[in-house]
Design a protein around this ligand. Structure first.
Ligand code: HEC
Length: 115
C-alpha cells in the first residue's frame, strides 16, 4: 500500500517535470529574457500578465497587437521591432501561451514540486 503510493507520487512528479521542461526549455524563454524581462520581470511573472487565449491574440498577425500596446514606448518598440524579435516571436508566443495565467499547474509545480 505505502510503496504503491510512493510510485504514484514519483510518477506524478515525473509527469509534471516533463510538462515543466517542455514549457521552460523553449527558445521562447530565452527570447523573453532578452526582450521583455527588464520591463516585465521574470518569465513567469510576465507570462501571467495574460491568459493563454489573450497571448494568442496579442501574437496574432505578426504580433500586431503587441506592437500596438507598446506604440508609445520607444524602448519597448525597439525590442519588438528588432530582427531578433522577428526571428523568435513565434517561440516567444508559444512560451507565453504555455505559461499564461490560466495555466497554473505548471507554475505551482515550479514553486513546490519540481524545484
Ligand atoms: C521598455 C519596456 C518594455 C519592454 C521591453 C516590453 N514592454 Fe510590455 N509593456 C511596457 C509598458 C510600459 C506597458 C504598459 C503597461 C500598462 O499600460 O499597464 C506594457 C504592456 C504590455 C502588455 C499589456 C499588459 C496588459 O495588462 O494588458 C503586454 C501583454 C506586454 N507588455 C508584453 C510584452 C512582451 C511580450 C514584451 C517582450 C517582447 C514586452 N512587453 C516588452 C513596457 C515594456
Amino acid at each position: 500500500m505505502r510503496s504503491n503510493n510512493r510510485w504514484a507520487v514519483a510518477l506524478l512528479c515525473s509527469v509534471f517535470a516533463t510538462v515543466g521542461l517542455h514549457a521552460y526549455s523553449a527558445k521562447g524563454m530565452v527570447t523573453y529574457k532578452k526582450l521583455c524581462k527588464h520591463c516585465h520581470g521574470s518569465g513567469f511573472k510576465g507570462s501571467s500578465m495574460l491568459t493563454s487565449d489573450e497571448w494568442e491574440e496579442v501574437f496574432a498577425n505578426g504580433a500586431k497587437k503587441l506592437k500596438r500596446i507598446h506604440a508609445d514606448d520607444p524602448d519597448a518598440k525597439k525590442a519588438i521591432d528588432s530582427k531578433y524579435f522577428k526571428r523568435h516571436y513565434e517561440s516567444l508566443g508559444k512560451f507565453l501561451r504555455n505559461n499564461g495565467s490560466d495555466m497554473g499547474v505548471v507554475r505551482s509545480c515550479d514553486g513546490m514540486n519540481c524545484g
